[in-house]
Design a protein around this ligand. Structure first.
Ligand code: BGC
Length: 746
């Protein structure tokens, strides 16, 4: 790896115009000379212990995602200047109390930095990130992050451990719910939108917090989809698939990076100097700081990489991990390591500088209590404007997977059977990483439908649970269904079936839900299944037997009213899948951005790359999602059929709303590089454009293609476009066959 890495490293440094080893400053991290001077002065005053204290982060109360080593007296550590940052301390009051100790009782009065997992909302909970990503609406994604930041900042937080920008192509992995799905291009757009949303224009503003691009890097490549597992991938895959969203977060000026739990090709990421220091900090010029994941520095002993806690502290620190979250090894060993001459105090100064820089940029030195205002906190949390946007965001996240003339439901309906474990379930609607969201604020589908149709008879029956094999509730559910005009089933995964350490080997509906749905379908009534889940599910049977399926993910506080709006046609769904839905677990990993092989897949031909017991195609492809209206899209027309190095091409398609409802389509442009010095994927997403059309309305949508859009890591790992033949595809999902060809002449 090391030798090869050097090759890549050199290629990348050449590209970015700087020599290996030279500190580059990325334009998103301009140094403020006034702040740097203040840091110089502060560093001169600090003892070595106080410096190391800035690198130490401990958890307060609240969520713990790993073993918290014996509880320590945080207040005492703060007083002694031995604790620079805390996570999981919530609320303006609690953060103020601890900040007061730092400011009034510690020698140098350096403010504490409070971090928290604000993943899809703080108190007002938005759809899970995968659901938000399904909106294919970057402005909405940015706005949801802005609201989350506003609430979190009002509640004393300075920093979120988000966005998670890990590309995830294995839906067994529970953390697919936390990211933007399978595609590096789309994942990069979403990463930028989320960073911009959290950080705004100025970190010192009252409604912004520092963001954290995590988990650096390739965590989503965990073998067999099992969390924390080994990642063994090629350098090319690392550069093409896993790194781009991190680079995008960096371009957006993300304040911090979090190192991943996994090892990458044998080296734990907490010890990966090549990537954390040489690539991220030096070559890319990242100017913020890097935090470990929970205890990840200490976990290098279990990995079999470090023999002792001191070795682990040394490896983590030397590998660019500036702040140690919860393993407590920096405070325990760094001083010794300096005394032994294994760490230079200047290196410690550099890590402290990176952390202080963010504290300064957040305005904490000007007013350490700026985020501790209980009156403002009260005003902001669950602010009606936030709730309204949470509803819009949930509407936008929904993906209509199938609709055989069932949806939208008529408002004239007099009786509805509402069945399933998610139908009246406040807790699970919020999903995992629900921040400070509280179940009793969530509005369920039952309440949403009641609000929408106050005069209809809603016959609610849970039917069964998420787990177990108890079918005793079936009779009540079937009875309700028999007495209703329409059956709506709310089924899926509970909140704690996706997220960290929540990998699954079977991706069908858990428990007895499938049996229940099949029984209900035998009644032959109009029926819709609303799915709540944190990952793609294998529901081919449902696609074959149920006339309408709506993917609602885990939709957050306002999920119920949002789903009711979609079911009854007040909102025309326009979400798109950010991740492929396979037919069965055996097809995994399955994603649109794959190579052709020498025997391209053809399910009708024996000696091709395929299965004998399943089609090779997905159940629903990346980018897929229906609407209550229909769109006709023309074959793309090109402004020219060849392009030179400084030219650009315009791709035009006509799109017409051919139905009788207003609707929105996310048009997607993909490009295939037909022949390359290395094999290229069958297609790659290059642009998305949303169009809103009235019934009968037609418009022309144009996409520009520049030679830089065709660049990739060539055989010698130079990032550039190669001359040759290309195909451009435009359409409503990654399967579109609407295409035109062009060539690049260099
Ligand atoms: C997770 C991180 C999270 C951290 C703090 C870890 O277990 O992997 O994503 O930010 O805990 O809660």
């Amino acid at each position: 790896m090391a030798k090869n890495f050097l090759r890549i490293f050199l290629a990348v440094t050449l590209l970015s115009g700087c020599k290996a080893g030279q500190q580059a400053n990325h334009p998103s991290y301009p140094l403020d000379p006034v702040i740097e001077k203040k840091i110089d002065s502060l560093l001169k005053l600090m003892t070595l212990e106080e410096k190391i204290g800035q690198l130490n982060q401990l958890s307060g109360m609240g969520e713990l995602t790993g073993p918290s080593i014996a509880s320590s007296d945080h207040a005492q550590l703060i007083r002694q200047g031995l604790l620079g940052s805390m996570l999981n301390v919530n609320g303006a009051k609690a953060t103020r109390q601890l900040q007061e100790i730092a400011i009034n009782e510690s020698r140098l009065k350096i403010p504490l930095l409070f971090g928290y997992d604000v993943i899809h909302g703080y108190k007002t909970i938005f759809p899970i990130p995968l659901g938000e990503a399904a909106s294919f609406d970057l402005e909405a994604i940015e706005q949801a992050s802005r609201i989350a930041a506003t609430e979190a900042a009002a509640a004393g937080q300075h920093w979120t451990f988000a966005p998670m920008v890990d590309i995830a192509r294995d839906p067994r992995w529970g953390r697919v719910m936390e990211g933007a799905g399978e595609d590096p291009f789309y994942g990069s757009l979403v990463a930028k939108a989320r960073v911009k949303g959290f950080q705004g224009k100025n970190l010192a503003d009252k409604n912004t917090i520092a963001a954290c691009a995590k988990h650096f890097v390739a965590y989503g490549g965990a073998m067999a989809g099992r969390d924390y597992n080994t990642v063994d991938i090629s350098e090319r895959t690392l550069y093409e698939v896993y790194l781009p969203p991190f680079q995008a977060a960096l371009d957006a000026g993300v304040a911090t990076f979090m190192v991943a739990f996994n090892e990458l090709n044998g080296i734990p990421m907490s010890a990966h100097k090549d990537l954390n220091v040489d690539l991220l900090k030096k070559t890319w010029g990242f100017g913020g700081f890097m935090v470990s994941d929970w205890g990840s520095v200490g976990e290098m002993i279990a990995h079999g990489y470090s023999a002792t806690p001191e070795d682990a502290a040394l490896a983590g620190f030397k590998a660019g991990v500036d702040m140690d979250m919860e393993s407590r090894l920096y405070v325990a060993h760094l001083k010794n390591l300096v005394e032994k001459g294994l760490v230079n105090e200047k290196e410690i100064d550099e890590a402290v500088r990176r952390i202080l820089r963010i504290k300064f940029r957040l305005g904490l030195f000007d007013d350490p209590f700026r985020y501790c205002d209980t009156i403002y906190e009260k005003e902001m949390l669950l602010n009606p404007r936030h709730l309204e946007f949470a509803k819009i965001s949930a509407c936008k996240s929904m993906v209509l997977l199938k609709n055989q003339e069932v949806l939208p439901l008529s408002r004239e309906i007099k009786s509805i059977a509402l069945i399933g474990p998610m139908a009246d379930n406040q807790q699970d609607m919020l999903g995992t990483w629900q921040g400070q969201g509280e179940a009793h604020h969530a509005i369920t589908l039952l309440s949403g439908i009641k609000q929408k149709l106050p005069h209809a008879r809603i016959l609610y029956a849970k039917g069964c649970d998420f787990t177990g094999n108890d079918k005793t509730g079936f009779a009540e559910a079937l009875n309700a269904a028999r007495n209703a005009e329409v059956i709506v089933v709310a089924a899926g995964e509970s909140a704690m079936m996706s997220g960290e350490a929540l990998s699954r080997t079977q991706l069908d509906l858990p428990g007895m839900q499938k049996d229940l749905i099949i029984e209900l379908s035998k009644l032959g009534k109009p029926m819709v299944v609303v799915l709540f889940n944190g990952r793609p599910l294998t529901i081919e049977w449902m696609d074959q037997s149920i006339p309408a399926i709506l993917e609602a993910w885990l939709p957050g506080t306002m999920g119920g009213p949002a789903i009711a709006d979609v079911l009854f046609g007040d909102y025309n769904p326009s979400g798109k899948l950010p991740i492929t839905f396979p037919r069965n677990v055996g097809q995994i990993p399955l994603f649109y951005y794959h190579k052709n092989t020498g025997r391209p897949t053809n399910d009708a031909q024996r000696y091709t790359s395929r299965y004998i017991d399943s089609p090779s195609t997905p159940l629903y492809p990346f980018g897929y999602g229906l609407s209550y209206t229909t769109f006709e899209i023309s074959t793309p027309e090109l402004s020219a059929t060849s392009m030179g190095p400084s030219d650009s091409l315009l791709v035009s398609v006509k799109i017409k709303n051919t139905g009788n409802r207003k609707g929105s389509e996310a048009l997607q442009m993909y490009i295939q590089d037909k022949f390359g010095s290395v094999n290229r994927p069958v297609r790659e997403l290059k642009a998305i454009k949303r169009v809103d059309l009235e019934p009968g309305q037609e418009t022309v949508v144009k996409f520009a293609i520049h030679p830089s859009d065709l660049a990739f890591y060539t055989a010698d790992m130079t990032f550039k476009a190669e001359p040759g033949e290309f195909v451009v595809f435009v359409g409503s999902d990654s399967n579109t066959q609407l295409q035109a060809g062009f060539s690049l002449k260099l």
